[in-house]
Write a protein that binds this ligand. Sequence first.
Ligand code: TMP
Length: 223
Amino acid sequence: MTERTDEVTGRGPFVVLEGVEGAGKSTQARMLGVWLESCGVPFTLTREPGGTEVGEAIRNVVQDRPELSVPPKTELLLFLAARTAFVREVAQPVLERGELLIADRFSLSTLAYQGYGRGLDLDEVRRMDGFASGGLVPDLYVLLDLPVEQGRARQKEAGKTGDRLESSGTTFLKEVGRGYRELAATDPSVRLVDADGTPDEVHKRIRAVLRREMPETFASCED
Ligand code: TMP
C-alpha cells in the first residue's frame, strides 16, 4: 500500500503564475501582492524552486551554475525534490489554514521544461510529479503568454544574464513555449493571459481572470 503522508486535505485556494522567462511573472506576483493587501485577502506568495531552505539550495545547483552538466532526469529529480519540501513546508500549512497560496511556478513548469523542453516522457513526468507533490493540484494556473523571443528580448533589455536553463538555447526554450500552449489547450485549470503590454495592463488582465474564475476568493477585491 502506498503511504501518502504529504496529502493535503481541507484546503484554501491555490493559484500559480507560469510562463517563459521574461513573461513578467515576478513583476506580476509583486503587483498581485499589493492588490491583495489592498483588499484584505490573507495570502502567501512563494516561488518555486525556492521558498524553503533546501529548495533555495537546489535552486543554486540547478539554475545558478551554468558550468554544471546536469542530465535531464537529474534536473527533473532536483526540481521534484524541491517541490516535495515546498509542498510540505510551505503549501500545506497555508492551505490547511484555508488561506490563499500564490506560487511563482509549480507542476506546469516541470511538464513544460523537463517534459517538452528536455524531451522526457510526459506521462512519466506527470507520475513522478504526482509523487513529489503528494497529489496537490492548483485550482488555477495563470499562464503569462508571450513568444519566447519577446521574453528573451525583455530580459536582455533589463540586463539579465541567462541562468543554466535560460542558456540552454532557443530550440529548448521554443519547445518550452510550445509545451505551455499545448498543455493550456488540454488542462482546464490553465488560463492564458496575454503578457504583451505594460505591467499595469497585464496586471489588470490577471485581476479580471482571478475575479472571474474564483469569485468567492476575490470578492472583496476591485477589478
Ligand atoms: P525563474 O525564477 O525565473 O522562474 O526561473 C526558474 C527556472 O527554473 C526557469 O528557467 C524554469 C525552471 N524550472 C524548471 O525547469 N522546472 C521546474 O519544475 C521549475 C519549478 C522551474
